[in-house]
Ligand binder design. Structure first.
Ligand code: MN
Length: 517
Protein backbone atom coordinates (compact mmCIF):
# COMPACT_ATOMS: atom_id res chain seq x y z
CA UNK A 1 0.00 0.00 0.00
CA UNK A 2 1.25 3.47 -0.87
CA UNK A 3 1.97 5.83 2.01
CA UNK A 4 -0.75 8.32 0.95
CA UNK A 5 -3.34 5.50 0.89
CA UNK A 6 -2.42 4.54 4.43
CA UNK A 7 -2.93 8.15 5.50
CA UNK A 8 -6.28 8.52 3.83
CA UNK A 9 -9.37 8.62 6.06
CA UNK A 10 -12.71 7.69 4.49
CA UNK A 11 -15.66 9.85 5.47
CA UNK A 12 -18.92 7.94 5.90
CA UNK A 13 -21.75 10.38 6.43
CA UNK A 14 -24.85 9.15 8.24
CA UNK A 15 -26.78 12.43 8.53
CA UNK A 16 -29.66 10.89 6.59
CA UNK A 17 -29.83 7.74 8.74
CA UNK A 18 -28.52 8.22 12.29
CA UNK A 19 -28.90 12.01 12.00
CA UNK A 20 -32.49 11.70 10.97
CA UNK A 21 -33.16 9.50 14.02
CA UNK A 22 -32.62 12.63 16.08
CA UNK A 23 -35.90 13.54 17.81
CA UNK A 24 -37.78 16.08 15.69
CA UNK A 25 -35.47 15.89 12.68
CA UNK A 26 -37.61 13.96 10.22
CA UNK A 27 -36.97 14.89 6.59
CA UNK A 28 -39.09 14.31 3.50
CA UNK A 29 -37.70 12.81 0.26
CA UNK A 30 -37.03 16.10 -1.40
CA UNK A 31 -35.14 17.38 1.64
CA UNK A 32 -33.11 14.16 1.81
CA UNK A 33 -32.07 14.55 -1.81
CA UNK A 34 -31.09 18.19 -1.26
CA UNK A 35 -28.88 17.10 1.64
CA UNK A 36 -27.43 14.15 -0.29
CA UNK A 37 -26.55 16.47 -3.18
CA UNK A 38 -24.75 18.77 -0.79
CA UNK A 39 -22.89 15.79 0.72
CA UNK A 40 -21.77 14.86 -2.79
CA UNK A 41 -20.47 18.41 -3.30
CA UNK A 42 -18.68 18.10 0.03
CA UNK A 43 -17.14 14.96 -1.49
CA UNK A 44 -17.86 12.47 1.30
CA UNK A 45 -16.86 8.89 0.46
CA UNK A 46 -20.08 7.19 1.58
CA UNK A 47 -23.61 8.47 2.16
CA UNK A 48 -25.74 6.29 4.41
CA UNK A 49 -29.18 7.11 3.06
CA UNK A 50 -31.48 5.24 5.44
CA UNK A 51 -32.88 1.98 6.73
CA UNK A 52 -34.97 0.62 3.81
CA UNK A 53 -36.91 -2.06 5.70
CA UNK A 54 -38.05 0.38 8.39
CA UNK A 55 -40.98 1.68 6.31
CA UNK A 56 -42.10 2.03 2.68
CA UNK A 57 -41.24 5.71 3.01
CA UNK A 58 -37.66 4.94 4.09
CA UNK A 59 -37.35 2.49 1.23
CA UNK A 60 -38.44 5.09 -1.32
CA UNK A 61 -36.11 7.70 0.15
CA UNK A 62 -33.07 5.41 -0.08
CA UNK A 63 -34.01 4.48 -3.61
CA UNK A 64 -34.42 8.13 -4.59
CA UNK A 65 -31.02 9.05 -3.15
CA UNK A 66 -29.40 6.03 -4.84
CA UNK A 67 -30.87 7.17 -8.16
CA UNK A 68 -30.10 10.88 -7.87
CA UNK A 69 -26.59 10.96 -6.46
CA UNK A 70 -23.44 10.46 -8.49
CA UNK A 71 -20.02 10.11 -6.90
CA UNK A 72 -20.14 8.81 -3.32
CA UNK A 73 -21.05 5.26 -2.42
CA UNK A 74 -24.60 4.89 -1.14
CA UNK A 75 -25.16 2.73 1.92
CA UNK A 76 -28.36 1.30 3.33
CA UNK A 77 -28.75 -0.21 6.78
CA UNK A 78 -30.15 -3.69 7.41
CA UNK A 79 -30.51 -6.06 10.35
CA UNK A 80 -28.96 -9.49 9.97
CA UNK A 81 -32.15 -10.87 8.43
CA UNK A 82 -32.57 -12.01 4.84
CA UNK A 83 -35.70 -9.93 4.25
CA UNK A 84 -33.91 -6.78 5.49
CA UNK A 85 -30.93 -7.45 3.26
CA UNK A 86 -33.08 -8.14 0.18
CA UNK A 87 -35.07 -4.98 0.75
CA UNK A 88 -31.87 -3.00 1.25
CA UNK A 89 -30.38 -4.37 -1.98
CA UNK A 90 -33.56 -3.44 -3.90
CA UNK A 91 -33.49 0.12 -2.55
CA UNK A 92 -29.82 0.52 -3.44
CA UNK A 93 -30.13 -0.98 -6.94
CA UNK A 94 -30.04 2.39 -8.78
CA UNK A 95 -26.56 3.03 -7.30
CA UNK A 96 -25.18 0.01 -9.19
CA UNK A 97 -21.62 -0.81 -8.17
CA UNK A 98 -21.61 2.02 -5.66
CA UNK A 99 -24.15 0.25 -3.43
CA UNK A 100 -23.05 -0.71 0.07
CA UNK A 101 -25.10 -3.02 2.25
CA UNK A 102 -24.51 -2.27 5.92
CA UNK A 103 -25.64 -5.04 8.27
CA UNK A 104 -25.58 -4.81 12.02
CA UNK A 105 -26.11 -7.08 15.00
CA UNK A 106 -25.58 -6.40 18.68
CA UNK A 107 -22.75 -8.36 20.28
CA UNK A 108 -22.58 -7.09 23.88
CA UNK A 109 -23.73 -9.32 26.71
CA UNK A 110 -26.48 -6.93 27.77
CA UNK A 111 -27.93 -6.82 24.24
CA UNK A 112 -27.50 -10.58 23.73
CA UNK A 113 -29.31 -11.47 26.92
CA UNK A 114 -32.02 -8.84 27.15
CA UNK A 115 -32.70 -7.67 23.61
CA UNK A 116 -31.88 -10.60 21.33
CA UNK A 117 -32.06 -13.52 23.79
CA UNK A 118 -29.34 -15.37 21.93
CA UNK A 119 -26.00 -16.78 22.98
CA UNK A 120 -22.56 -15.99 21.62
CA UNK A 121 -22.52 -18.86 19.15
CA UNK A 122 -25.93 -17.98 17.72
CA UNK A 123 -24.95 -14.32 17.27
CA UNK A 124 -21.69 -15.24 15.60
CA UNK A 125 -23.44 -17.59 13.21
CA UNK A 126 -26.17 -15.06 12.37
CA UNK A 127 -23.61 -12.32 11.65
CA UNK A 128 -21.54 -14.56 9.38
CA UNK A 129 -24.62 -15.84 7.56
CA UNK A 130 -25.92 -12.29 6.97
CA UNK A 131 -22.61 -11.07 5.54
CA UNK A 132 -22.46 -14.11 3.25
CA UNK A 133 -26.03 -13.43 2.10
CA UNK A 134 -25.38 -9.70 1.56
CA UNK A 135 -22.33 -10.50 -0.57
CA UNK A 136 -24.68 -12.13 -3.08
CA UNK A 137 -26.04 -8.66 -3.83
CA UNK A 138 -22.98 -6.45 -3.48
CA UNK A 139 -19.20 -6.64 -3.31
CA UNK A 140 -19.30 -3.83 -0.79
CA UNK A 141 -20.60 -5.13 2.54
CA UNK A 142 -20.16 -3.52 5.92
CA UNK A 143 -20.77 -5.19 9.26
CA UNK A 144 -21.34 -3.42 12.61
CA UNK A 145 -21.26 -5.27 15.94
CA UNK A 146 -23.68 -2.99 17.76
CA UNK A 147 -22.58 -1.94 21.26
CA UNK A 148 -19.03 -3.08 20.43
CA UNK A 149 -17.51 -1.07 23.28
CA UNK A 150 -19.46 -3.08 25.86
CA UNK A 151 -18.70 -6.42 24.19
CA UNK A 152 -16.10 -8.86 25.63
CA UNK A 153 -12.92 -8.08 23.69
CA UNK A 154 -12.00 -11.64 22.77
CA UNK A 155 -15.52 -12.33 21.55
CA UNK A 156 -15.56 -9.07 19.54
CA UNK A 157 -12.30 -10.10 17.85
CA UNK A 158 -13.83 -13.48 17.03
CA UNK A 159 -16.89 -11.82 15.43
CA UNK A 160 -14.75 -9.38 13.42
CA UNK A 161 -12.58 -12.25 12.16
CA UNK A 162 -15.64 -14.29 11.16
CA UNK A 163 -17.38 -11.51 9.20
CA UNK A 164 -14.18 -10.58 7.36
CA UNK A 165 -13.75 -14.25 6.46
CA UNK A 166 -17.27 -14.17 4.97
CA UNK A 167 -16.38 -11.17 2.84
CA UNK A 168 -17.16 -8.03 4.85
CA UNK A 169 -15.10 -5.27 3.21
CA UNK A 170 -15.67 -2.79 6.03
CA UNK A 171 -16.09 -3.56 9.72
CA UNK A 172 -17.43 -0.75 11.83
CA UNK A 173 -16.76 -0.57 15.56
CA UNK A 174 -19.57 1.48 17.12
CA UNK A 175 -19.56 3.08 20.52
CA UNK A 176 -23.34 2.85 20.35
CA UNK A 177 -24.08 4.33 23.77
CA UNK A 178 -21.24 6.90 23.81
CA UNK A 179 -19.69 5.21 26.84
CA UNK A 180 -16.03 4.98 25.88
CA UNK A 181 -13.19 7.39 26.61
CA UNK A 182 -10.35 8.09 24.14
CA UNK A 183 -7.52 6.02 25.67
CA UNK A 184 -9.84 3.05 26.11
CA UNK A 185 -11.35 3.28 22.63
CA UNK A 186 -7.94 3.67 20.97
CA UNK A 187 -6.76 0.60 22.93
CA UNK A 188 -9.79 -1.40 21.74
CA UNK A 189 -8.97 -0.67 18.09
CA UNK A 190 -5.34 -1.51 18.75
CA UNK A 191 -6.41 -4.80 20.37
CA UNK A 192 -8.41 -5.73 17.27
CA UNK A 193 -5.42 -5.03 15.02
CA UNK A 194 -3.34 -7.33 17.24
CA UNK A 195 -5.88 -10.13 17.59
CA UNK A 196 -7.78 -10.35 14.30
CA UNK A 197 -5.44 -12.17 11.89
CA UNK A 198 -7.34 -11.20 8.70
CA UNK A 199 -8.04 -7.56 9.71
CA UNK A 200 -5.98 -6.12 6.83
CA UNK A 201 -8.60 -7.44 4.40
CA UNK A 202 -11.17 -4.89 5.59
CA UNK A 203 -11.36 -1.18 6.35
CA UNK A 204 -12.02 -0.50 10.01
CA UNK A 205 -14.61 2.21 10.59
CA UNK A 206 -15.66 3.76 13.88
CA UNK A 207 -19.06 5.16 14.83
CA UNK A 208 -18.93 7.23 17.99
CA UNK A 209 -21.78 8.78 19.94
CA UNK A 210 -21.50 11.96 21.90
CA UNK A 211 -23.22 11.14 25.19
CA UNK A 212 -20.15 12.26 27.12
CA UNK A 213 -19.10 14.86 24.54
CA UNK A 214 -16.26 12.57 23.42
CA UNK A 215 -17.36 11.43 19.96
CA UNK A 216 -14.74 13.39 18.02
CA UNK A 217 -11.99 12.65 20.57
CA UNK A 218 -12.78 8.93 20.55
CA UNK A 219 -12.79 8.92 16.76
CA UNK A 220 -9.35 10.55 16.61
CA UNK A 221 -8.00 8.04 19.12
CA UNK A 222 -9.31 5.20 16.92
CA UNK A 223 -7.71 6.72 13.81
CA UNK A 224 -4.39 6.92 15.61
CA UNK A 225 -4.75 3.20 16.40
CA UNK A 226 -5.34 2.26 12.76
CA UNK A 227 -9.03 2.79 11.96
CA UNK A 228 -9.46 4.46 8.56
CA UNK A 229 -13.18 5.15 8.23
CA UNK A 230 -15.19 7.68 10.21
CA UNK A 231 -18.96 7.56 10.59
CA UNK A 232 -20.20 11.04 11.28
CA UNK A 233 -22.99 13.55 10.68
CA UNK A 234 -23.25 17.21 9.74
CA UNK A 235 -23.54 19.32 12.92
CA UNK A 236 -23.13 16.09 14.89
CA UNK A 237 -26.87 15.41 14.86
CA UNK A 238 -28.09 11.91 15.69
CA UNK A 239 -29.60 9.67 18.35
CA UNK A 240 -29.63 11.32 21.80
CA UNK A 241 -26.58 13.60 22.13
CA UNK A 242 -25.68 12.85 18.54
CA UNK A 243 -22.73 11.49 16.56
CA UNK A 244 -19.20 12.53 15.75
CA UNK A 245 -19.51 15.93 14.00
CA UNK A 246 -18.16 15.70 10.45
CA UNK A 247 -17.00 19.32 10.31
CA UNK A 248 -15.11 19.08 13.62
CA UNK A 249 -13.39 15.84 12.72
CA UNK A 250 -12.43 17.01 9.22
CA UNK A 251 -11.06 20.32 10.45
CA UNK A 252 -9.13 18.58 13.24
CA UNK A 253 -7.50 16.32 10.63
CA UNK A 254 -6.70 19.28 8.42
CA UNK A 255 -5.56 21.74 11.08
CA UNK A 256 -3.46 19.18 12.95
CA UNK A 257 -2.10 17.20 10.04
CA UNK A 258 1.29 18.01 11.57
CA UNK A 259 0.68 15.60 14.47
CA UNK A 260 -1.95 13.24 13.06
CA UNK A 261 -0.54 12.80 9.55
CA UNK A 262 -3.97 11.87 8.17
CA UNK A 263 -6.04 13.38 5.38
CA UNK A 264 -9.66 13.26 4.21
CA UNK A 265 -10.76 14.17 0.69
CA UNK A 266 -13.36 16.68 1.83
CA UNK A 267 -13.95 20.05 0.12
CA UNK A 268 -13.84 21.97 3.36
CA UNK A 269 -15.14 25.12 1.64
CA UNK A 270 -18.51 23.36 1.53
CA UNK A 271 -18.65 22.73 5.30
CA UNK A 272 -20.40 25.90 6.35
CA UNK A 273 -23.02 25.63 3.62
CA UNK A 274 -23.64 21.98 4.54
CA UNK A 275 -24.12 22.93 8.17
CA UNK A 276 -26.63 25.67 7.32
CA UNK A 277 -28.57 23.47 4.94
CA UNK A 278 -28.91 20.62 7.43
CA UNK A 279 -29.83 22.98 10.24
CA UNK A 280 -32.46 24.68 8.09
CA UNK A 281 -34.01 21.48 6.74
CA UNK A 282 -34.05 19.55 10.02
CA UNK A 283 -35.08 22.56 12.09
CA UNK A 284 -32.25 21.78 14.51
CA UNK A 285 -30.44 24.99 15.36
CA UNK A 286 -26.65 25.03 15.68
CA UNK A 287 -25.53 26.24 19.09
CA UNK A 288 -23.69 29.58 18.86
CA UNK A 289 -20.48 28.33 20.44
CA UNK A 290 -20.36 25.11 18.40
CA UNK A 291 -16.86 24.34 17.13
CA UNK A 292 -16.13 25.21 13.48
CA UNK A 293 -19.65 26.14 12.31
CA UNK A 294 -21.20 27.98 15.28
CA UNK A 295 -22.01 31.67 14.88
CA UNK A 296 -19.28 32.55 17.38
CA UNK A 297 -16.63 30.19 16.04
CA UNK A 298 -14.81 33.03 14.29
CA UNK A 299 -16.04 35.95 16.37
CA UNK A 300 -13.47 37.70 18.51
CA UNK A 301 -14.92 39.72 21.35
CA UNK A 302 -12.19 40.72 23.81
CA UNK A 303 -10.39 43.95 22.92
CA UNK A 304 -6.99 42.38 23.37
CA UNK A 305 -7.91 39.56 20.99
CA UNK A 306 -9.29 42.01 18.43
CA UNK A 307 -6.10 44.00 18.62
CA UNK A 308 -4.06 40.86 18.00
CA UNK A 309 -6.31 39.82 15.11
CA UNK A 310 -5.90 43.15 13.37
CA UNK A 311 -2.12 42.93 13.64
CA UNK A 312 -1.82 39.26 12.68
CA UNK A 313 -4.78 36.88 12.28
CA UNK A 314 -2.89 33.80 13.39
CA UNK A 315 -2.43 35.27 16.88
CA UNK A 316 -5.90 34.01 17.79
CA UNK A 317 -7.13 32.07 14.76
CA UNK A 318 -6.10 28.48 14.05
CA UNK A 319 -8.38 28.15 11.01
CA UNK A 320 -9.45 30.71 8.44
CA UNK A 321 -13.21 31.27 7.96
CA UNK A 322 -12.66 30.95 4.18
CA UNK A 323 -11.40 27.39 4.69
CA UNK A 324 -14.89 26.29 5.70
CA UNK A 325 -16.62 28.48 3.14
CA UNK A 326 -17.46 31.63 5.09
CA UNK A 327 -16.47 34.20 2.51
CA UNK A 328 -17.50 37.30 4.42
CA UNK A 329 -19.78 38.40 1.61
CA UNK A 330 -23.04 37.13 2.99
CA UNK A 331 -24.85 40.15 1.61
CA UNK A 332 -26.06 39.01 -1.76
CA UNK A 333 -29.11 40.47 -3.37
CA UNK A 334 -31.39 43.46 -3.35
CA UNK A 335 -34.64 44.36 -5.06
CA UNK A 336 -32.84 45.26 -8.26
CA UNK A 337 -31.43 41.77 -8.64
CA UNK A 338 -32.84 39.95 -11.61
CA UNK A 339 -34.43 36.57 -11.83
CA UNK A 340 -31.30 35.08 -13.28
CA UNK A 341 -29.07 36.26 -10.44
CA UNK A 342 -31.63 34.92 -8.00
CA UNK A 343 -31.80 31.47 -9.61
CA UNK A 344 -28.03 31.40 -9.89
CA UNK A 345 -27.57 32.16 -6.20
CA UNK A 346 -30.05 29.45 -5.21
CA UNK A 347 -28.26 26.95 -7.42
CA UNK A 348 -24.93 27.87 -5.81
CA UNK A 349 -26.50 27.19 -2.43
CA UNK A 350 -27.50 23.79 -3.67
CA UNK A 351 -31.18 24.31 -4.45
CA UNK A 352 -32.63 23.06 -7.68
CA UNK A 353 -36.20 24.31 -7.81
CA UNK A 354 -38.68 23.38 -10.46
CA UNK A 355 -39.89 26.15 -12.74
CA UNK A 356 -43.15 26.84 -10.95
CA UNK A 357 -41.41 26.79 -7.57
CA UNK A 358 -38.79 29.16 -8.90
CA UNK A 359 -41.49 31.56 -10.13
CA UNK A 360 -43.17 31.64 -6.75
CA UNK A 361 -39.85 31.88 -4.92
CA UNK A 362 -38.77 34.82 -7.07
CA UNK A 363 -42.01 36.68 -6.38
CA UNK A 364 -41.51 36.12 -2.68
CA UNK A 365 -37.94 37.33 -2.94
CA UNK A 366 -39.00 40.60 -4.62
CA UNK A 367 -41.66 41.00 -1.98
CA UNK A 368 -39.10 40.45 0.75
CA UNK A 369 -36.55 42.77 -0.85
CA UNK A 370 -39.21 45.48 -0.70
CA UNK A 371 -39.60 45.00 3.04
CA UNK A 372 -35.95 44.41 3.89
CA UNK A 373 -33.00 46.44 2.73
CA UNK A 374 -30.74 43.46 2.25
CA UNK A 375 -31.51 39.86 1.52
CA UNK A 376 -29.04 37.37 2.91
CA UNK A 377 -28.26 33.82 1.85
CA UNK A 378 -30.21 32.55 4.84
CA UNK A 379 -33.29 34.48 3.71
CA UNK A 380 -33.06 32.75 0.35
CA UNK A 381 -32.64 29.39 2.04
CA UNK A 382 -35.83 30.01 4.02
CA UNK A 383 -37.76 31.00 0.90
CA UNK A 384 -36.50 28.02 -1.11
CA UNK A 385 -37.44 25.70 1.75
CA UNK A 386 -40.94 27.13 1.97
CA UNK A 387 -41.50 26.79 -1.75
CA UNK A 388 -40.28 23.18 -1.73
CA UNK A 389 -42.85 22.55 0.97
CA UNK A 390 -45.63 24.20 -1.04
CA UNK A 391 -44.61 22.18 -4.08
CA UNK A 392 -44.90 18.98 -2.06
CA UNK A 393 -48.39 19.72 -0.83
CA UNK A 394 -49.77 19.58 -4.36
CA UNK A 395 -52.94 20.97 -5.87
CA UNK A 396 -55.31 19.70 -3.18
CA UNK A 397 -53.53 21.64 -0.46
CA UNK A 398 -54.75 24.65 1.50
CA UNK A 399 -53.01 27.91 0.77
CA UNK A 400 -53.02 31.00 2.92
CA UNK A 401 -54.74 33.68 0.90
CA UNK A 402 -55.37 36.40 3.43
CA UNK A 403 -54.74 36.96 7.12
CA UNK A 404 -55.85 39.77 9.38
CA UNK A 405 -55.26 39.86 13.12
CA UNK A 406 -56.15 42.40 15.70
CA UNK A 407 -54.46 42.35 19.06
CA UNK A 408 -53.31 44.64 21.82
CA UNK A 409 -53.16 45.07 25.58
CA UNK A 410 -56.82 46.02 25.93
CA UNK A 411 -58.59 43.90 23.37
CA UNK A 412 -59.45 40.24 22.78
CA UNK A 413 -57.12 39.01 20.06
CA UNK A 414 -58.98 37.85 16.99
CA UNK A 415 -58.13 36.71 13.51
CA UNK A 416 -59.76 36.57 10.10
CA UNK A 417 -58.28 34.00 7.74
CA UNK A 418 -59.03 33.22 4.13
CA UNK A 419 -57.74 29.95 2.70
CA UNK A 420 -57.70 28.78 -0.87
CA UNK A 421 -57.99 25.14 -1.87
CA UNK A 422 -58.03 24.60 -5.60
CA UNK A 423 -60.91 26.83 -6.76
CA UNK A 424 -62.53 27.06 -3.33
CA UNK A 425 -62.05 30.10 -1.18
CA UNK A 426 -63.09 29.79 2.46
CA UNK A 427 -63.09 32.49 5.09
CA UNK A 428 -63.71 32.47 8.82
CA UNK A 429 -62.80 34.28 12.04
CA UNK A 430 -62.09 33.36 15.66
CA UNK A 431 -60.77 34.73 18.95
CA UNK A 432 -57.79 33.36 20.84
CA UNK A 433 -55.39 33.95 23.72
CA UNK A 434 -53.10 35.85 21.38
CA UNK A 435 -52.83 36.61 17.67
CA UNK A 436 -51.11 33.30 16.85
CA UNK A 437 -53.63 31.27 18.82
CA UNK A 438 -56.49 33.15 17.13
CA UNK A 439 -55.03 32.52 13.66
CA UNK A 440 -54.51 28.79 14.30
CA UNK A 441 -58.00 28.38 15.78
CA UNK A 442 -59.46 30.01 12.69
CA UNK A 443 -57.51 27.63 10.45
CA UNK A 444 -58.90 24.69 12.49
CA UNK A 445 -62.44 25.99 11.95
CA UNK A 446 -61.95 26.21 8.20
CA UNK A 447 -60.15 22.92 7.60
CA UNK A 448 -62.14 20.86 10.11
CA UNK A 449 -58.87 19.11 10.95
CA UNK A 450 -58.07 20.34 14.45
CA UNK A 451 -54.47 19.92 15.50
CA UNK A 452 -52.83 20.07 18.90
CA UNK A 453 -49.73 22.25 19.02
CA UNK A 454 -46.97 20.24 20.75
CA UNK A 455 -44.03 22.49 20.10
CA UNK A 456 -43.60 26.04 18.85
CA UNK A 457 -40.37 27.91 18.32
CA UNK A 458 -39.31 31.00 16.48
CA UNK A 459 -35.87 31.99 15.33
CA UNK A 460 -34.56 35.03 13.49
CA UNK A 461 -33.28 33.91 10.09
CA UNK A 462 -30.68 36.67 9.92
CA UNK A 463 -29.61 39.71 11.92
CA UNK A 464 -31.41 43.04 12.21
CA UNK A 465 -34.83 44.27 13.31
CA UNK A 466 -36.24 43.63 9.85
CA UNK A 467 -35.12 39.98 9.90
CA UNK A 468 -37.51 37.23 8.86
CA UNK A 469 -38.77 35.04 11.67
CA UNK A 470 -38.78 31.33 11.01
CA UNK A 471 -41.44 29.46 12.90
CA UNK A 472 -41.12 25.70 13.55
CA UNK A 473 -44.12 23.80 14.86
CA UNK A 474 -44.88 20.23 15.80
CA UNK A 475 -48.55 19.37 15.66
CA UNK A 476 -50.50 16.25 16.65
CA UNK A 477 -53.56 15.26 14.61
CA UNK A 478 -54.85 12.29 16.56
CA UNK A 479 -51.97 9.80 16.51
CA UNK A 480 -50.10 11.47 13.67
CA UNK A 481 -47.43 13.98 14.62
CA UNK A 482 -46.06 16.22 11.88
CA UNK A 483 -43.71 19.17 11.79
CA UNK A 484 -43.73 22.26 9.63
CA UNK A 485 -41.71 25.40 9.14
CA UNK A 486 -42.28 28.75 7.48
CA UNK A 487 -40.58 32.12 7.39
CA UNK A 488 -41.84 35.66 7.03
CA UNK A 489 -41.07 39.16 8.25
CA UNK A 490 -44.48 38.85 9.94
CA UNK A 491 -44.34 36.21 12.66
CA UNK A 492 -48.10 35.66 12.82
CA UNK A 493 -48.14 34.95 9.10
CA UNK A 494 -45.13 32.61 9.48
CA UNK A 495 -46.95 30.80 12.31
CA UNK A 496 -50.12 30.36 10.25
CA UNK A 497 -48.14 29.12 7.23
CA UNK A 498 -46.08 26.65 9.29
CA UNK A 499 -49.27 25.30 10.86
CA UNK A 500 -50.93 25.03 7.47
CA UNK A 501 -47.97 23.04 6.16
CA UNK A 502 -48.67 20.52 8.92
CA UNK A 503 -52.38 20.36 8.01
CA UNK A 504 -51.44 19.77 4.36
CA UNK A 505 -48.93 17.09 5.28
CA UNK A 506 -51.41 15.17 7.40
CA UNK A 507 -54.13 15.45 4.74
CA UNK A 508 -51.72 14.21 2.06
CA UNK A 509 -50.75 11.26 4.28
CA UNK A 510 -54.42 10.40 4.86
CA UNK A 511 -55.21 10.43 1.14
CA UNK A 512 -52.21 8.21 0.52
CA UNK A 513 -53.24 5.64 3.14
CA UNK A 514 -56.83 5.62 1.81
CA UNK A 515 -55.50 4.80 -1.65
CA UNK A 516 -53.47 1.91 -0.26
CA UNK A 517 -56.35 0.22 1.58
MN1 MN B 1 -25.60 5.42 15.87
Amino acid sequence: MKKEDRQRVLIFDTTLRDGEQCPGASLNHREKIEIAQQLARLNVDVIEAGFPVASPDDFQAVRAVAAAIKGPRIAGLARCLNKDIERCAQALAPAGKRARIHVFLATSRIHREFKLRKNKTQILRQAAQAVRFARKFSNDVEFSPEDATRTERDYLAEVVRAVIAEGATTVNIPDTVGYSVPTEFGALIDYLFQHVPNIAAATINVHCHNDLGLAVANTLAALCAGARGVECTINGIGERAGNCALEELVMALRTRNDVLGLTANIRTQELYRSSRLVSRLTGLAVQRNKAVVGANAFAHEAGIHQDGMLKERSTYEIMRPQDIGIDGSELVLGKHSGRHAFADRLAKMGFTLERSELDRAYRRFIDLADKKKVVYDDDLLAIARDEMEEGLSGAGAYQLDYLYVSTGTATIPNATVRLRKGKDVIQDAACGDGPVDAALKTIDRITGVPGKLLDYSIQAVTIGKDAQGEVSVRVAFGDAVVSGKAASTDIVRASAAAYLHCVNRVLAARTLSKRKT
